[in-house]
Design a protein around this ligand. Structure first.
Ligand code: HEC
Length: 156
């Protein structure tokens, strides 16, 4: 995971306290500036690739790899943010609180998964992996429905 990609999600949190609350469950994607959109997509691709690595490591008992990759997902959330003030303003007006909540939850789960990796607890890893997957689906269904119209959260 690149440092730059990791910094993106943290910016959402900075915006949380002062964020207005745009209508929930509207896609956030059309509201993002080109730059923010690019950074989010970059971050998402990093997350996706880490999840694939974790899946293989989990089913083959490579606990260290589970721990390392899950930790990378988590750390992308807490890295110091270097967006410009304008980028932050853009974020605040683009992203609803529900999105932030889901993102926060997702990164917390990643920390728990890293811990389950360190504890070599395969069952717990599977449960957390499943919960994280549910978060991917929930967020895409709610906030990226324009991008992923096939995601059906009612059946999730
Ligand atoms: C808090 C919200 C949220 C969570 C959680 C989330 N995503 Fe996303 N994801 C998005 C949004 C919004 C987009 C659309 C970005 C765009 O097109 O501008 C996206 C796009 C993507 C993309 C496409 C990236 C590209 O190249 O355009 C992939 C792949 C992806 N997500 C994977 C995942 C995976 C895997 C998970 C869970 C492990 C996940 N996402 C969790 C919000 C989220």
């Amino acid at each position: 995971m690149t440092t730059r990609a990791g910094k993106f999600i943290a910016a959402f949190l900075l915006g949380l306290a002062v964020s207005g609350s745009p209508l929930a469950e509207e896609p956030v994607t059309p509201k993002l500036t080109d730059k923010l959109s690019r950074l989010l997509q970059e971050e998402m691709r990093s997350v996706q690739s880490a999840m694939a690595t974790i899946h293989t490591a989990m089913v083959t008992g490579e606990h260290d790899t589970v721990a390392t990759s899950a930790q990378q997902i988590h750390d992308s959330f807490i890295l110091q943010q270097k967006l410009t003030d304008q980028d932050r303003k853009d974020l605040m007006s683009a992203v609803p609180k529900g999105f932030i909540r889901l993102d926060k939850e997702f990164h917390k789960l990643a920390a728990s998964l890293a811990e389950a990796g360190r504890k070599q607890n395969t069952k717990k890893q599977r449960q957390l992996y499943d919960e994280m997957t549910r978060n991917c689906i929930a967020c895409h269904g709610k906030y990226a429905s324009d991008r992923f119209p096939g995601v059906n959260t009612a059946k999730n």
